[in-house]
Design a protein around this ligand. Sequence first.
Ligand code: BTN
Length: 264
Amino acid sequence: MNRFLVTSVLGRPALEFHETIDSTNLRARELALAGGQEGTLVAAERQTQGRGRLGRAWHSPPGLNLYFSLILRPPLSPEHTTCLTLAAGLGAAEAIERITKRRPDIKWPNDLLISGRKICGILSEMEVRAGRADFVILGLGLNVNLGPEHLPPEIASLAGSLLIATGRPWDRAQLLAALLNGIEGAYFDLVRGRRAAILSRYREHCVTLGSMVEVAQGTTRRRGRAVDIDESGGLIVESLDDGRRITVDAGEVTLIKPTPLENP
Ligand code: BTN
């Protein structure tokens, strides 16, 4: 991987590669709590308790994919960490495009899809101390050489991989380096005040914009059209009922797939 790595921080202070681990996010958190430096990388061939967003599991079979987590110590207030997650997704999407020449779509906040199938997910977990983000664990899973035969039935129609998208296997070490390079570039842009540029590149990839979404807040569910991303990375949704605009958090939004009749 080192041959391809051009980062100055990510993957530099410490690296851990595990054959098997419960979750790289859990291990990175342990290291961060013990004072692990920004850029520390924990990667694994296989996870036994790979974790996804919203309490879901992340399918983590051995030898096919990438599973890794980074310790970040961003000089950002907690409310700006949504942007950090968006920047990481953007950096990853741009890196994948650079290597494979296929441009992933981003489903807000940071699922990467090719041909409508999810190939990559990011789980960022923040530890706040005294009103500041003490550290963020950024965990990324990328389906690389996973074939249709490796997909469990419950995700078979939703998940994809680079192999499925392109019909050929990819070098995981090269991809890992490219992802670190891409994520670091976007992360540095963000912390150096180039948030507007990050968000405008993000919008170009984001397939959620223009789509119908369902927003769940408390016990109410409303439908609307996703119209923009605000400067903190929140999704702005225009209500179907009254045209009012609200900004929502990731946990509250699901994309509504158009039926053939709605979208002839
Ligand atoms: C998602 O639900 O889309 C986020 C998936 C994140 C999976 C990665 S794999 C490496 C890291 N360790 C984990 O347990 N989860 C993240």
